[in-house]
Design a protein around this ligand. Sequence first.
Ligand code: FE2
Ligand code: FE2
Length: 260
Amino acid sequence: MGALIDVRAAAQAEAIALGPVCAATPPLDRAEALATWRGRMINEYSSAPVFAGLAAQLRGVDALTWAAEADEMADEEHRHGALCGAVVEALGGAALAPAPPRDALPSHPAVDGWEAVTRNLLSVCCLSETVACALITAEREAMAPGPLRDLLSRILADEVGHARLGWRWLAAHGDALADPDRRARLGAYLTVAFAHLETHELANLQPGAQVDATYGVCDAHEARGLFYETVTEVIIPRLEAHGLPAAAAWRARGGAAEAA
Ligand SMILES: [Fe+2]
Ligand SMILES: [Fe+2]
């Protein structure tokens, strides 16, 4: 038996009242919603050690205030896992799931400590968390006012901060990014990071049954479109503005490429 993510106690402490909406919705929709929120719970919970790892790497380059922020973000990801688990429980499920296999945050030993942590901030904050902000914003807008929308609003506010950690890091280190060799190496890394991001997002956004937006479950086809739009319209231009060759990195990613 593998490890389990058990968020039951924390989820019960967060107890979400779904009210009459739950009782009035067909069981099939509810089952789909349950699977989505359980998946979300796993993803959120699994993000906590990622930020804890970033905090340790930031401390390693004496970026102590940044490290303290990353530690807070790890706590926020735990809370998000509990909030999503509370929805699972409110929908009649148990906030319990097998823990997915997890790779440690890469240490990138071929480059110096600053560049290693910058790679991880690019991947985690500028890519993954920025995509998460776009997807959650769209889901939230499709939801009717109520406790689930409020919950997603709380999560979104934190995710914006998580994405900004990476963008603020780039803005604060313009001097280091001015070095053309560093820029070229970070560009080569972005090729790998983009390929990984695309594989991960497409795996998470599997087209399934259409579900009422009341439950905050997005249409996977639309979400995939929004993913590509976020990369090309938001992430690439912002990285390019910091001098990083992101457009070329995206074109070179290969692998799981799929047209938007
Ligand atoms: Fe989160
Ligand atoms: Fe996050």
